[in-house]
Structures are given as C-alpha cells and as structure tokens.
Design a protein around this ligand. Structure first.
Ligand code: SF4
Length: 238
C-alpha cells in the first residue's frame, strides 16, 4: 500500500497573501538553496539567471545573500517575488515552496501541516471552527507504507486521546491542537515526550495569558511572533 499523506482539513484553504502580508517571510531569514534548484539557477541563461548567481553564496551551504534590511534579494519593493513573477512558483527553491508547511513522518504516513510562523497560516489555523480533522491529500510517490512501530502506535493513540479532550470551539482550543499536532510526533525520534508536553502547556499559557478572547487578530499576531522567536529556536529541542 502506498504511504499516504494526511493534513488538517483547513490545509487546502491556505494561500500565501504575498503583497498583503505585513510580515513577509522573505525578510529576516537566510534561505538555503537545495541542490536541484541550484542547478536550475546555474543553468538559467537570461538576465534573471545572472542576477540569481550574483546573489548566491555557495558556502557554508548554498544560500541567497540577504540584501539591505535583511531582505531576500528577489523581494521587490511592492513585496512581490521577482522569481515567481518571471518564472512561476515552480522556480522557487524547496524551502520557499514549502514554507510555512511542516512534515511529520510516521512509518505508514506523512502528516503535513501549516506552521504558525506565517500570519496567514496562523489565521487559517486559529479560525477553524471545529476540532482538528485530518484528511488524506495524496500519497508519497514511490513509497510504500510500513506498519507502525510499537512506539509510534503508542504515541499515535496517546495523541488521539489528547486531541479528543479538546472539543471546545474557538482559537484557544485550535492553538492547543496545533501545538500537539506539530510537536508531539517527533518524540518518537528524540524520546523527549515530557519536554514536548511541557512545551505545549507553556506555549499555550504564554500565548493565551491576558488575551482578549474576542480578538482573533491579536492572537494571530502573538502566535506568529512566538513562532518566529521561540518555536524554531535550534536550542529548544537540544
Ligand atoms: S509569511 Fe506567509 S503570507 Fe506572508 S509572504 Fe510568507 S508565506 Fe506568504
């Protein structure tokens, strides 16, 4: 049986809002370039190809050298991406194509989700009006599903029980589900279940403390900032 891909049912509703985004992800992050994209950029013979090559540093890993204000050199003043405009989404390197998505790997499936670091993804996640539902969105080409290992079976059941306890409507409940869905699965690999559970509790408490429950945009902004500053801190899980 092929290895299936699952995602929350709100996943297809996400679309990058590009120039409408107040916190573009095209600034402040140094973007590493995957091997296939690098080859593509190195063989582009037009003016854009020359521009790209002039803004790529190959060491320590190939990446776009940030321009003034730590902006991606391809980000235009109107907040649109020059590469997308000229060549379409498929010309983006892997990281830009993926953002703000994450993947968790189980033996029998891949689970995809949207991350809170993007304001539009955070809005989509937190405004969902029902408990988390996973839907099948495809299969991984050329991969066969393996039976779940004992640890995975246990963790999946544990997660299902945690999620089943969240039946409330509203952004606070969706926030907790997000952290569970995003961060619990990796406990199979790093064995840090206790630390991950503590992180989920702490993150929810920090984000919900003093939040006006009517104000979705305020929570979206808190979640976005928290995700950018804390959630992807390399030292968090080390
Ligand atoms: S943060 Fe999200 S909405 Fe904003 S530019 Fe990036 S992907 Fe698009």
């Amino acid at each position: 049986m092929p290895r299936k891909i699952f995602a929350p049912d709100y996943y297809p509703a996400f679309h990058c809002i590009a120039d409408k985004c107040r916190h573009t992800c095209c600034a402040g992050w140094e973007i590493d370039i995957d091997e296939d994209s690098l080859k593509k950029y190195q063989s582009m013979e037009d003016e854009l190809g020359a521009f790209l090559r002039g803004h790529i540093d190959l060491k320590p890993v190939p990446h776009f050298r940030l321009a003034k204000g730590e902006r991606c050199p391809l980000l235009r003043s109107d907040l649109l991406c020059e590469l997308i405009l000229q060549k379409g989404d498929s010309a983006l390197c892997q990281i830009c194509r993926d953002h703000p998505r994450f993947r968790n790997y189980w033996s029998d499936r891949v689970e995809i989700g949207l991350g809170l670091a993007c304001e539009e993804a955070a809005r989509v996640i937190l405004s969902s009006n029902h408990p988390l539902r996973l839907i099948e969105i495809g299969t991984v080409k050329g991969e066969v599903a393996e039976p779940l290992l004992e640890d995975e079976l246990w963790l999946m059941e544990y997660r299902a029980q945690m999620l089943a306890q969240i039946q409330e409507k509203g952004p606070a409940a969706r926030l907790r589900e997000y952290f569970i869905y995003r961060h619990l699965a990796d406990a199979v690999y790093d064995g840090q279940l206790e630390k991950r559970l503590q992180f989920i509790d702490d993150a929810c408490r920090a984000l919900l403390q003093g939040w006006d429950r009517e104000d979705l945009s305020a929570l979206v902004e808190r979640a976005r900032a928290f995700s950018n500053e804390v959630e992807y801190d390399d030292e968090l899980w080390n």
